[in-house]
Design a protein around this ligand. Structure first.
Ligand SMILES: [Zn+2]
Ligand SMILES: [Zn+2]
Ligand SMILES: [Zn+2]
Ligand SMILES: [Zn+2]
Length: 240
């Protein structure tokens, strides 16, 4: 997509079309407005520059005042398509409540299944250097920092009870991950880890029963009693 020059509606300075903020007067120029990929769109743009979908954003006046966990300023409520979010006009982060995030995930997963899109693992994304824990805007408890779906490399802040905080552009990256079949892969990976663990347990149990026939017939998955000798047996088994 060619980068064109636009005018800042506040100060009239020329700004690049992919800037989300005027570099002269700091006025916000773009908001999350794409109902498909949650990309940021320049004010007044009709179509998303990330995916080409038609923008659909409606600000919801009033409502409960929640503070941005990073900037501590009131967030704006907006509907992007059918998705309700709170957006901070200062840092451009987004708060999504638990139920809404579930909807986003299940809907985007359906799209992943239909489209069979290849996923693009984000290699270039650097992890934040300085980790800062931020409070949940609802209960004000510090949130957990979580690698979304354990392998997306999008680090989000989560309050299990109330919702998830996405820093600027993280919701779009998360949705891209889901649409690329990321959740499916994450589940397959977890399943494999469980299977590997079971295999290991099974091998340990077999070796243990071999060295001590009396312990054979215990419950499945039960840890053997002669742990030390079993570990040595296992080592020999692996070296053989
Ligand atoms: Zn400006
Ligand atoms: Zn889009
Ligand atoms: Zn903020
Ligand atoms: Zn909370």
């Amino acid at each position: 997509m060619p980068v064109e020059t636009l005018r800042c509606p506040s100060c009239g300075a020329g700004v690049l079309s992919d800037a989300t903020r005027c570099q002269f007067c700091r006025a916000g120029l773009a908001t999350v407005a794409c109902p498909f990929c949650f990309g940021m769109m320049f004010a007044g743009a009709k179509f998303c520059s990330h995916c080409g979908a038609k923008g659909d954003r409606n600000e919801v006046p009033g409502g409960e005042m929640r503070l941005c966990p990073r900037c501590k300023v009131g967030m704006k409520a907006a509907n992007v398509g059918t998705t309700k979010l709170l957006e901070c006009g200062t840092c451009e982060g987004i708060w999504v409540d638990v139920e809404t995030l579930q909807d986003i995930c299940s809907e985007r997963e359906k799209q992943a299944a239909v489209l069979g899109m290849p996923s693009h693992p984000e290699q270039g994304v650097a992890f934040e250097e300085k980790v800062r824990y931020v409070p949940c805007p609802v209960c004000l408890q510090l949130m957990n920092r979580v690698n979304f779906a354990h392998c997306s490399r999008v680090i989000v802040d989560v309050c299990k009870a109330h919702g998830t905080w996405f820093d600027k552009d993280e919701l779009r990256r998360t949705v891209e991950f889901i649409r690329g079949g990321g959740l499916e892969k994450a589940r397959a990976q977890q399943l494999q880890e469980i299977k590997d663990e079971q295999k290991m347990l099974e091998a340990t149990r077999r070796l243990n029963s071999h060295s001590d026939p009396m312990s054979y017939g215990g419950h499945n998955g039960e840890l053997p009693t002669g742990v030390a000798s079993t570990a040595i047996d296992l080592l020999f088994e692996l070296l053989r």
